[in-house]
Write a protein that binds this ligand. Structure first.
Ligand SMILES: [Fe+2]
Length: 199
């Protein structure tokens, strides 16, 4: 498997996990099963605002999807649709910031935060699923070893200031902080509940 493909899939894994936390924590708050940890919620918001838009999407779009567009112009409408979804994601994360700030200032705004968190998490997860079911398989189909070498080199170089190794290290720190603070039983269910589910 090529380096670029593995990087895209591992970044999707990271975004997906953060979105799962957001979704399940919002539900737990709504059920009054968790007392809000605003430090954690704002860390999640920071990741949701910055990681996809400034680190994941630029290289996915510029190095990988543009190459698919050149090779397969008929994939243009699908790529345009993915671009629109990324723009919708920006609007949803901006709603999420407003909703979280309102909730942090007033518990009565929980309903608004719950709705915004679920909408954003659902949208991001659907968007990545669509990429993984459409463009990524197409890329595997149409690119030669030589093409992948070029794309891998572009991913590896990451010379854009927003995509540097230093930025990756910052996001590693942020992701680790989120993982450390996550109440596992709230997000993933208690051991007993998981055993019952598996039985
Ligand atoms: Fe993606």
């Amino acid at each position: 498997m090529t380096l670029a493909y593995r990087i895209v899939r591992s970044e999707h894994y990271e975004i997906n996990l953060v979105m799962r936390c957001l979704h399940n924590l919002a539900d737990a708050l709504h059920r009054e099963a968790w007392r809000p940890d605003f430090d954690l919620l704002f860390l999640i918001l920071h990741h949701a605002e910055s990681f996809p838009a400034t680190f994941h999407h630029p290289k996915e779009e510029d190095y990988l999807f543009e190459a698919v567009r050149c090779r397969r112009p008929e994939a243009g409408p699908m790529l345009d649709r993915l671009g629109e979804e990324r723009a919708e994601g920006l609007a949803l994360v901006s709603d999420l910031r407003q909703a979280l700030e309102a909730y942090a200032g007033c518990p009565a705004a929980l309903g608004r935060f719950h709705a915004a968190a679920k909408s954003h998490a659902r949208h991001e997860r659907q968007h990545m699923r669509r990429e993984e079911r459409t463009i990524l398989p197409l890329a595997l189909q149409v690119f030669s070893k030589e093409d992948w070498r070029e794309i891998d080199t572009a991913f590896e170089r990451n010379q854009h200031p927003l995509l540097s190794a230093g930025r990756r290290a910052e996001f590693d720190k942020l992701f680790a902080l989120i993982l450390r603070r996550i109440p596992g039983a709230v997000v993933f269910g208690s051991k007993d509940a998981r055993k019952k589910k598996a039985a």
